[in-house]
Every structure is written in C-alpha cells, then in structure tokens.
Write a protein that binds this ligand. Structure first.
Ligand SMILES: CC(C)(COP(=O)(O)OP(=O)(O)OC[C@H]1O[C@@H](n2cnc3c(N)ncnc32)[C@H](O)[C@@H]1OP(=O)(O)O)[C@@H](O)C(=O)NCCC(=O)NCCS
Length: 187
C-alpha cells in the first residue's frame, strides 16, 4: 500500500478535503446532534462543547503520520460543509471507512457519492487490497449507503460492535480491489 499524503478529492457535486481549524464550529454543530452521534462508535453524546478543534488537530496529525485520511465533505457549488468521511490505513482496522452527514443534508446522496469517491481513492491512489467496514444493525441507512457504493454484504456478527459500554450486532460489508474493478461499470 502507498503512503497517505494530504489530498483533495473531487466528485460530481462534492469536494473532499482535509479539515482545517476553521471547520471545527460547523463540524461540531452537526455531530452534536444525537441522530448523528448515536450511529457512530466514537462520537460522544452529548458532545463536549468546543472540543471539536481537538479532532481537527488529531486528524491533521493522522494525515502527517499516514495512519488515517479524514476529509470534510463540502458542496462543490457553495463550499458548504455537510459531513465528513475517514479511512484508516491500518490492517488491524480492516481499512475501515467511517462517515456522517449533517441531518439537514440527509437523503440527497451525499454519503454515497463521498463513499464512492473514497473507495476509488483507496484502490487507485493508495493501492489498498480490500475495504471492509461495518454498521450497527439498527442503522439500515448506512447499510444502504454501503450497498449503493458497491460494497458486498459479508455477514453479521452478533454483538460484534460497540458504542461505549453498549454492544450491538455488527453488519459487515466489504469489497476487494479486483472485485471493485470488475464491478465498476455497475456501481
Ligand atoms: C447514514 C448517513 C451517512 C446517510 O447519509 P445520506 O447522505 O443521507 O445517504 P444517501 O442519501 O447517500 O443514501 C441514504 C440511503 O439510505 C436510505 N435510508 C434512509 N433511511 C433508511 C432507513 N431507515 N432504512 C433503510 N434505508 C434508509 C435512503 O432511502 C437512501 O437510499 P436510496 O437512495 O436507495 O433511497 C446519514 O444518515 C448519517 O450521517 N447518519 C448518522 C451517522 C452514521 O450513521 N454514520 C455511519 C456509521 S456506519
């Protein structure tokens, strides 16, 4: 696999770029919403006020160390920030992808478009052999995003995922680079 270096990605309607400190307020306003936080493994709720800047600095550090590529998702037309998406460069984490979209922007295909672009980045630019990720069983919208982005259902592990001290069934999706290339015309 190649090293992660800071990069800006473009898709039809979106720009995916590394976060900067000026993004912290907008990010925090979206991830403070319980409907976003509770579907993720790591975003706390209630979100500690003013602490998103620490996540921005952490993501800058992870870019430098090549451990994780985190992007904010912005609209190409206006530059408005609508979400975020990250991919680990770490075989222990199965090249896992995490994402969220701010509630006012749900249902417009932004998560799917961003995920498709990050998959292309992972396979074409980073030479990842495979992407495997998961969602909580009570989050079918995320499963739909994974399907629409071309990932294949791998299985469900009872109580395989956790958020804090709660465990949930983990629904896993993934795709290998070769399968993705073969299926590209249909994604
Ligand atoms: C999951 C999430 C990222 C989806 O973002 P989005 O931009 O609205 O996603 P898209 O518009 O690309 O696609 C959503 C799909 O889910 C479907 N969907 C929405 N709610 C659903 C539900 N309750 N059950 C089944 N499908 C659902 C939509 O209909 C759409 O599918 P369609 O195009 O076939 O109609 C967003 O809801 C979110 O941020 N949720 C909270 C954080 C989160 O879940 N992150 C992922 C953790 S694994």
């Amino acid at each position: 696999m190649k090293s992660i270096v800071p990069i800006v990605l473009h898709s039809e309607r979106l720009i995916l770029r590394p976060p900067v400190p000026e993004d912290a307020e907008a990010i925090e306003s979206f991830i403070s919403d319980r409907r976003v936080a509770e579907m993720t493994a790591l975003i706390p709720h209630p979100y500690p006020k003013g602490s998103c800047i620490h996540w921005v600095h952490l993501s800058e550090q992870q870019w430098i160390e090549g451990k994780k590529a985190s992007f904010v998702i912005c609209l190409r037309d206006s530059g408005e920030l609508v979400g975020a998406i990250s991919i680990f460069n770490d075989s222990d984490r199965h090249n896992e992808v995490g994402y969220w979209i701010g509630v006012p922007h749900w249902g417009q295909g932004y998560a799917t478009e961003a995920f498709r672009r990050v998959i292309r980045y992972a396979f074409e630019d980073l030479d990842f052999p495979v992407i495997v990720t998961y969602h909580f069983i009570h989050n079918p919208a995320s499963g739909r995003v994974m399907q629409k982005a071309g990932l294949l259902y791998l299985g469900t592990t009872p109580l395989g995922a956790s958020r804090g001290d709660q465990c949930f069934d983990e629904v896993r999706y993934g795709i290998a680079a070769g399968q993705w290339r073969t299926n590209l015309a249909t994604i």
